[in-house]
Design a binder for this molecule. Structure first.
Ligand SMILES: CC(C)(COP(=O)(O)OP(=O)(O)OC[C@H]1O[C@@H](n2cnc3c(N)ncnc32)[C@H](O)[C@@H]1OP(=O)(O)O)[C@@H](O)C(=O)NCCC(=O)NCCS
Length: 331
C-alpha cells in the first residue's frame, strides 16, 4: 500500500538527518550510516556537482530515503550514482519502488549515460526493482566482520619486530604528524598511488589535496591513532586505517590498505592491519567491518585475521545506448 506515501526533496533538518540514518541502519546493517557523517558529506560536497536527497513519508513518518549524485570519486560526464533504501519495519516494497522511480524520473531530464548503484546480496526487493529496470550486476564485494574479542594483537608482534629490524617503521598518524610537516601531503600521494591500483568497478578520479583532506583527515570519523603508516626512511610506503563512520566507536569501518609495489610480500600489509586493529581493540571497539573483491588477496588476508563473511555488496550499472565502456575523464 503506497496511497499515503509522499515523496519530497530532503530539507536537511537535524531531525531529518537522524531519520534517514535510522532508515539506513534498519535497511543496511553492517555499514550503518550515521547522521553526523551524512550531514558532513552533504555539507562538504562541491556544489558544482549534483547531490540531491529525497525522502518518502507515510503518516508523517520518514520511511525511505534516496540519493542521486554525480560521483566525484569516479567522475564521467553523464554518469550518476543513485541510492535508495526503505525501512523494512515500516515501508513495503511498493514504497521502495515508488522512491526508486522518483529518483530515476528526476534523473531522466539530465539524460544520464550511466547510472550506478550498490545493493546488499540479501536485499530481495531492491534486487528485483533493479533487475526490472534493466540494471546489470558488474562486481560483487564480499563483506566481512571481525569480532575484536577474538583478535589477539600480540600474535603479530614477531612480525612487527622483523619489519623494524629490516628498516620499516610503523607509526600512527598521531605519532608521525608532529615529526613530519609533509605528513598529510605524503599520505595524499600514497593514497592516490594505491587507489589507482584498486580492483574497482569504476575508474577513480584523482582527488585534490583539499578533497582528500575533506574526505579523510577532516572527516568526523577520522581516527588518527588507527591510521598506521609504514615508512622506509622518510618515504611513506604503506598505509591502513579504520574510521568511525557508523555513529559509534563500538563498530568501525576499514579504510584503504595498500603498500607500494617494491615493498610488497614482506608482511607490511598484515602488520599495518594488525597494528590498526590492535589500536581499535585497546580503545574498546568490538567490531570492525570491511568489504573486498572476492578474488583479491586482501579478502583472504582479512579472513586469516579472523574476519567472518556477511552478505556481499553488489555493484550494478545501467548504460544508455552508445555509451563507451572506458576512458579517462578529468573533472
Ligand atoms: C594487497 C596489498 C595491500 C598486499 O600488501 P603486502 O604488504 O604485499 O601484503 P603482505 O606481505 O602483508 O601479505 C600478506 C598475505 O596476503 C596474501 N597476499 C598478499 N599479496 C598477494 C598477492 N599479490 N597474491 C596472492 N596473495 C597475496 C598472502 O597470503 C600474504 O602472505 P604470504 O606473503 O605469507 O603468502 C598490496 O598488494 C597492495 O597495496 N595492492 C594494491 C592496493 C590494494 O589492492 N589494496 C587492497 C584493497 S583495500
Amino acid at each position: 500500500m503506497t496511497s499515503g506515501v509522499v515523496i519530497r526533496p530532503f530539507e536537511g533538518t537535524e531531525a531529518e538527518y537522524e531519520a534517514i540514518a535510522a532508515v539506513e541502519r534498519a535497511a543496511q546493517p553492517d555499514f550503518e550510516a550515521d547522521a553526523v557523517s551524512c550531514r558532513y558529506q552533504d555539507a562538504t560536497s562541491d556544489p558544482k556537482y549534483l547531490r540531491q536527497r529525497f525522502v518518502a513519508e507515510e503518516g508523517g513518518r520518514l520511511v525511505a530515503t534516496g540519493l542521486c549524485c554525480e560521483p566525484t570519486w569516479a567522475w564521467e560526464p553523464g554518469k550518476y550514482f543513485i541510492h535508495f533504501n526503505a525501512d523494512p519495519r515500516r515501508a513495503d516494497a511498493s514504497t521502495a519502488e515508488m522512491l526508486f522511480r522518483h529518483v530515476m524520473k528526476f534523473l531522466a531530464d539530465r539524460r544520464p549515460r550511466l547510472v550506478t548503484i550498490y545493493a546488499r546480496a540479501d536485499a530481495e526487493t531492491k534486487l528485483r526493482i533493479l533487475a526490472g529496470a534493466g540494471f546489470r550486476e558488474v562486481t560483487r564485494f564480499p563483506v566481512s566482520q571481525l569480532d575484536l574479542a577474538r583478535f589477539d594483537p600480540s600474535a603479530h608482534e614477531p612480525l612487527l619486530d622483523e619489519l623494524t629490524a629490516s628498516g620499516i617503521r610503523l607509526r600512527s598518524f598521531s605519532e608521525l604528524e608532529p615529526e613530519d610537516d609533509r605528513c598529510r601531503h605524503k599520505l595524499h600521494e600514497l593514497h592516490w598511488r594505491i587507489t589507482r591500483e584498486l580492483p574497482l568497478p569504476e575508474r577513480p578520479t584523482r582527488p585534490t589535496f583539499a578533497e582528500f583532506s575533506r574526505a579523510e583527515l577532516d572527516h568526523p570519523g577520522f581516527l588518527p591513532g588507527s591510521w598506521i603508516i609504514a615508512t622506509a626512511g622518510e618515504r611513506f610506503v604503506g598505509t591502513a586505517h579504520l574510521a568511525a563512520t557508523q555513529g559509534s566507536r563500538e563498530k568501525l569501518t576499514t579504510g584503504l590498505t595498500g603498500v607500494l609495489p617494491s615493498y610488497r610480500r614482506r608482511g607490511i600489509a598484515r602488520a599495518l592491519k594488525a597494528r590498526s586493529l590492535g589500536f581499535a581493540k585497546s580503545q574498546g571497539t568490538r567490531w570492525v567491518v570491511t568489504s573486498n573483491r572476492e578474488d583479491h588477496p586482501m579478502y583472504a588476508l582479512n579472513l586469516e585475521l579472523g574476519f567472518e563473511s556477511r552478505p556481499a555488496l553488489l555493484f550494478f550499472e545501467k548504460r544508455s545506448n552508445g555509451m563507451k565502456e572506458d576512458g579517462d575523464h578529468d573533472r
